[in-house]
Design a binder for this molecule. Sequence first.
Ligand code: GDP
Ligand code: MN
Length: 396
Amino acid sequence: MNIHEYQGKEILKSYGVRIQEGIVVRNPDQAVEAAKRLTAETGTGWHVVKAQIHAGGRGKGGGVKLAKNLDQVRDHAKAILGMNLVTHQTGPEGRTVHKILIAQDVYYPGPSEPKEFYLSILLDRAKGRNVIMASTEGGMDIEEVAEHSPEKILKEWIDPRVGLQPFQARKVAFNLGLEGEAFKEMVKFIQALYRAYEDTDASQFEINPVLKTSDNKILAVDAKVNLDDNALYRHKAFEDLRDLNEEDPLEVEASAHNLNYVKLDGNVGCMVNGAGLAMATMDIIKLSGGEPANFLDVGGSANAQTVEAGFRIILKDPNVKAILINIFGGIVRCDRVANGVVEAYKNIGDIRVPIIVRLQGTNAEEGARIIDESGLKVYSAVLLKDAAARVKEVLA
Ligand code: GDP
Ligand code: MN
């Protein structure tokens, strides 16, 4: 589960990680109030207005703006709230901004220059260990750094038996070229960040930039936090952090029915039981000249309700020209699935696209007979190659 920058920062702060302080708001009046409050609390003169969407690259897309007085806070708030923000991570359609973070300006002048760093923690699956990644090339697109100067990305793997050792935090801070007060601050920052990462069952923390301020404080200016869905049951409070505005509406509907659905751009909807079979089915669709419109795994127990919910979701996608249902009847019997398909078809009523049903496994023939005798515009197939041929036929 992805969460917003302001939510990620709140979590970090609760673990003692120093952050760029801010207040999240929904309209320009609140923005001005928030700015006044921040000045009172932090002494900041200038403010930054930051769009809150689940995508990075907001700065380049015009979603992060510096305000030097309250009028500018109001102007930037007006401009950013409601805007359709396009970044390299949103895709060309962009995202509507519903919330903004009013934050203190932390790039103020002082005894030294402010300096941006990159810091992230994630699981290295190949090594079976968490890894801290750090770079002096902060504020930049890390993918670009990885491509052009991979030697500038430092990696420190953590042994799960003993956790992050103090010498490792010192090594990272030292290799980032820090000394004195800033070095000490960075060591504390890394240790607190790692504690937060482990404790929240996060799957990724990416802090870009981490800032060394002109007076040698280390703080998180940005926070991209990804929490492990499979561990959410251990953190009931995190459920409130979910923002459905940021998710595809069809995917939200699917998750309410416990369906694994991912929307894609093609023209053939597919409904399959099992993730591996779903991927093979998508390959078959491509081989027969179509493009999959989605990935949909209805899980092990396909029944009339799940089939109907899946149907409804696929049919809401206007690009869908045909639907391929590919069910392997292992635990679930094909005749039951066939009855489910026929029932769902009748319940939904107005289905305009051809449906190809391929049932294989227990009671496959019986399933095909039910489909064939239903009198509906549903084609049955027992072999996958027949199903593929049918898809080709109906797309032609
Ligand atoms: P992203 O573009 O979505 O990654 O958003 P960030 O939170 O990383 O902010 C983008 C950029 O805005 C940063 O790299 C900074 O250059 C700039 N920025 C963020 N906070 C401040 C601030 O307090 N003062 C100034 N002057 N610039 C800031
Ligand atoms: Mn950033």
